[in-house]
Design a protein around this ligand. Structure first.
Ligand code: IMP
Length: 208
């Protein structure tokens, strides 16, 4: 991987200000300056890939080509074994236009019941986060993080977002939405993907 030198600007290919801030904080110790795709008026590409990697790459490449700067994008979701990996890359879409995750979680539960999956063992699931880093010359690297657990019902907890109230991580008996955010953030799919990205960036900076 090519090194990113300190003071290098890097585009965060997201129009979500919370995500841009969070990623900017993580990159600052490496001396990298994060700018958002929204600040640069970059359009949002159509995410029509059929894997997390493909969609993260579509977003990162579009931002790198549109800005002439290295760009970082993420794609994430929940995969349930008994549902053949659904909702997977469609995790956000299951919430509908109103981002109604009570509805999405109910759908998960109903589909699991239809599949006859009632025990934690039969309700295994994992969150996935893929980060893609793209350079304007087309070079692209991806980093995948996962956290494994099972789906519970009814939903429990007020912290977190999305599917957190029905996800119980392995080794715990509370959901992600009942867990202190610092604890979730330290063990999440996103944390694992970022650890891999930061390790690769540090190695490249040392070697470059
Ligand atoms: P993205 O923003 O296109 O990556 O969509 C990710 C979707 O997956 C979100 O809308 C959430 O529904 C779900 N998701 C991803 N990460 C988490 C998490 O940490 N907790 C709960 N839901 C998540």
């Amino acid at each position: 991987m090519k090194p990113l030198q300190p003071a290098q600007k890097i585009v965060i290919a997201s129009h979500n200000p919370g995500k841009v801030r969070e990623i900017g904080d993580l990159l600052r110790p490496l001396g990298l300056e994060a700018v958002s795709a929204a600040e640069l008026n970059l359009p949002e590409p159509v995410e029509d890939g059929d894997t997390f990697e493909a969609n993260a790459i579509i977003k990162a490449r579009a931002a790198a080509e549109g800005s002439g700067l290295p760009a970082l994008a993420d794609d994430s979701g929940l995969c349930i074994d008994a549902l053949d990996g659904a909702p997977g890359i469609h995790s956000a879409r299951w919430g509908g236009p109103d981002k109604d995750f009570d509805m999405a979680m109910r759908r998960v539960h109903e589909e699991l019941q239809q599949a006859g999956a009632t025990t934690p063992q039969q309700r295994k699931a994992h969150f996935v986060c893929v980060l893609a880093l793209a350079w304007p010359d087309g070079e692209t690297e991806t980093f995948r993080g996962e956290v494994h657990g099972h789906i519970t019902w009814p939903p429990r907890g007020e912290k977190g977002f999305g599917y957190d109230p029905v996800f119980v991580p392995e080794g715990f008996d509370i959901t992600f939405a009942e867990m202190e955010p610092e604890k979730k953030h330290a063990m999440s799919h996103r944390a694992h993907a970022f650890d891999k990205l930061l390790a690769a960036l540090r190695t490249a900076q040392r070697q470059g």
